[in-house]
Design a protein around this ligand. Structure first.
Ligand SMILES: Nc1ncnc2c1ncn2[C@@H]1O[C@H](COP(=O)(O)OP(=O)(O)OP(=O)(O)O)[C@@H](O)[C@H]1O
Length: 395
């Protein structure tokens, strides 16, 4: 039997002090031959995934990523090879039983359209015969976890939700019975780029809290760099070409094939390695809606600020009028600027740049805990980071 392909320990994830509720996954010589195909779709894959890590599967279309993922919860039966969860060989375990221990999230949430949000989320707990009260409490807890107000959303039907909200419910449903492993197959493929960023940020937050073992298939290399503790780059037949941290794959692609896959713009992709929370943010004058405009204008002028961030009563940013605009009002307006570019501290510099470009603005407002203001980041900060990376790569 071939030696397990396992990635070196993550240098940056700080995994030692993290709460981990996941278990390791080990594949031993796993192969899948579809009837009538001359080459196996997955050819003798040996791979080890550490407990509590997020591992991203990337590779060209048809290379076998989805087949490999679906063998983990036996939506597809392996032709040969063994699969272990932790110390346990689950290759011959009853597939239904196995699936209760492995959450599964697919594109657009895969929700049942004729069931309410609560019924969708409670599906596995019902199969496990939990009591009604326990299921209801768990549903609300999970809705909270994925950022949806239970009172508003629990009785809605999937068609009454946006794509991003459906995806959140899909994640909540997968987590319902607290499985140690989560499989995600292009979960964010069907939503717009800004919603996608938010969902990615949420997943990072949830994963920091829960420490599941997550296996995630994506076509988007930036997504892999952003979310992965490790990335597996596959070639045809699910051959493992490189299995390493995003940092090392970007810096030292194992083969020309990986370099091609990482693509041009590797410098720009380095922006995906830096979080907004890692850079110095600007602190600007703030005002609460309803405050006296003249006082706020005076404070902004004294601080040399050209604009002011307006907060609602819970401290969440709602607009950023210029000082000139504010000077024309008597009290600070409570109007919510729908186009206000906002990113979270977990967003990458790449996300921040995208958000600025989408809003045609030269900066973004950054939020932290409970969507409160953390600061403002200007496009110059992103430019400086690009410049720094260029210098580092050149040196
Ligand atoms: N049910 C099936 N019957 C026969 N061949 C299949 C079946 N499912 C997948 N294949 C083939 O197996 C190979 C791997 O497919 P798979 O869907 O796992 O790739 P993938 O890397 O996930 O692709 P994509 O990124 O396009 O989703 C492909 O050549 C595909 O055509």
């Amino acid at each position: 039997m071939s030696e397990a392909t396992s990635a070196p320990a993550a240098g940056t994830a700080g995994s030692s002090d993290r709460h981990i509720s996941g278990v390791s996954i080990r594949l031993d010589g796993v192969t899948k031959r579809y009837p009538g195909q001359d080459r196996p779709a997955v050819d003798d894959v040996t791979l080890e995934i550490a407990a509590g890590e997020t591992v991203m599967f990337v590779g060209p279309s048809g290379c076998g990523k989805t087949t490999l993922l679906k063998m983990l919860n036996r939506l597809i039966e392996p032709s040969s090879g063994r699969i272990h969860l932790g110390e346990e060989d689950v290759t011959d375990q009853d597939a239904d039983q196995l699936r209760r221990r492995i959450g599964y999230v697919i594109q657009a949430g895969g929700l049942f359209p004729h069931m309410t949000v609560a019924t969708n989320i409670g599906m596995v707990p019902r199969m496990l015969k939990w009591e009604k009260q326990r299921i209801a409490e768990r549903v609300d807890e999970l809705l909270d976890l994925v950022g949806l107000d239970p009172a508003v959303y629990r009785d809605r039907y999937p068609r009454e939700l946006s794509g991003g909200q459906q995806q959140r419910v899909g994640v909540a449903r997968a987590l319902a019975a607290d499985p140690p492993v989560l499989l995600m197959d292009e979960p964010f493929g069907a939503v717009d780029p800004i919603t996608r960023q938010r969902l990615q940020d949420e997943l990072i937050r949830i994963q920091e809290e829960l420490g599941k073992t997550i296996v995630f298939v994506t076509h988007d290399f930036d997504e892999a760099v952003k979310l992965g503790d490790k990335i597996v780059v596959f070639d045809v037949g699910a051959r493992v070409v490189q299995y390493d941290t995003p940092e090392r794959i970007l810096a030292e692609p194992a083969e020309e094939y990986v370099a091609d896959f990482v693509g041009a713009g590797a410098t720009l992709k380095q922006l995906t390695l830096t979080r907004v929370g890692d850079v110095d943010l600007m602190q600007v004058t703030t005002a609460t809606a309803g405050a006296d405009s003249a006082q706020v204008v005076a404070a902004a002028q004294a601080a040399g600020d050209g604009f002011v961030v307006v907060l609602d009563r819970r401290g969440r940013p709602i607009s950023w009028p210029t000082v000139a605009e504010l000077a024309r009002t008597t009290t600070v307006p409570d109007t919510v600027d729908e186009r206000l570019p906002v990113v979270g501290l977990r967003s990458t510099l790449n996300d921040a740049l995208d958000t600025m470009l989408a809003a045609s603005q030269g900066g973004v407002v950054v939020t932290g805990r409970r969507d409160g203001l953390a600061g403002v980041m200007a496009v110059e900060t992103v430019m400086a980071a690009i410049q720094r990376t260029r210098t580092e790569v050149a040196g």
